[in-house]
Ligand binder design. Sequence first.
Ligand code: UDP
Length: 259
Amino acid sequence: MSESSSVVKPDFLPDPLPEKQYEGKAKVLYPTDDPAVLLSFFKDDATAFNALKRGSISRKGEINCTLSTHLFQLLEREGVATHWIDSPAVDWMRVKAVEIIPLEVVVRNLAAGSLCKQTGLALGTVLEPPLVEFFYKDDALGDPLLTPDRLRLLKVASDAEVETLRSMALTINRILCEFFASCDLTLVDFKLEFGRERSGAIVLADEISPDTCRLWDRRETDPERRVMDKDRFRQDLGNVAAAYEEVLHRVLAVLGTSA
Ligand code: UDP
């Protein structure tokens, strides 16, 4: 069975479904009649550890698309440019066709994950100011952490673009930290991807969801029970889908929107 076999053609796409343009681990991109616009389908498929661990999380595609839709709109209202155009169905998003910059920009407020593994910092150490890191988006290379000199060497982005990415990432962090706190969730860290428009303008792309953010429940102190993100899948903590549902529920409650 192919990974995209669960794609059901929605009314807003021509019949037959156009040939997919790109399939990633969590989304499938389709072209539209307008070359400046792509359609993104959010899959339930879940992967971790560079796709060594594979599975599926019930309703993940719908939840991540809905969360990303609301968070992109929130960021746009705060002046952050994103690739989001609209969401014609719960698991479909119309986005600007941008040239993706092959960097994963990670912002960390508390130490977790690879930072703890690689530095020995204790889980949950407060990082003030927040740490911004650039990883090279290349599965074959295992998405390595880049130094400023390696960034320059690889020429994936100019010095000015790197500064724009850092500044946008910190602005997004400020907005999201405050928003998630209002949902009783701590934004521990998250990964962003950016794209270039034809004009050269940089916009936030990809998604913002429990797949790409570490979120800890402020109502829980237990180090396993507080985990509300993909670490439940990565670490086999159980109740993965329930955690994603709870994040969606809290976000919609704060926004005053029903599911
Ligand atoms: N992350 C992601 N995709 C990746 C790697 C990381 O969305 O390919 C997110 C991850 O969910 C976390 C943050 O980026 O919120 C930092 O991840 P880290 O570098 O600690 O890597 P991990 O421990 O997930 O391997």
